[in-house]
Design a binder for this molecule. Structure first.
Ligand code: ZN
Length: 73
């Protein structure tokens, strides 16, 4: 990783990372960054990570308190 900036989901896609979503309940989810980027474009939603983190929700407990990070594909 190092100096790579991952400010938007497009950056994850560009650098070949999927999105790892970690919830405080311990659940770890994985989202295809390419699919998520396409979804944002299709719906006209922001691709910035701070906006994406706000929209995401834990698939297990439904909490919105999730953290995002890169996951190797
Ligand atoms: Zn959860």
């Amino acid at each position: 990783m190092g100096s790579k900036r991952l400010d938007s989901i497009s950056d994850f896609n560009r650098y070949g990372y999927d999105l790892r979503v970690t919830c405080r309940c311990g659940h770890v989810g994985r989202i295809d960054s390419k699919a998520l980027t396409a979804q944002c474009v299709a719906r006209g939603l922001s691709r910035q990570m701070h906006a994406i983190e706000r929209r995401l929700r834990c698939a297990k407990c439904g909490a919105r308190d999730v953290k995002c990070g890169p996951a190797e594909r």
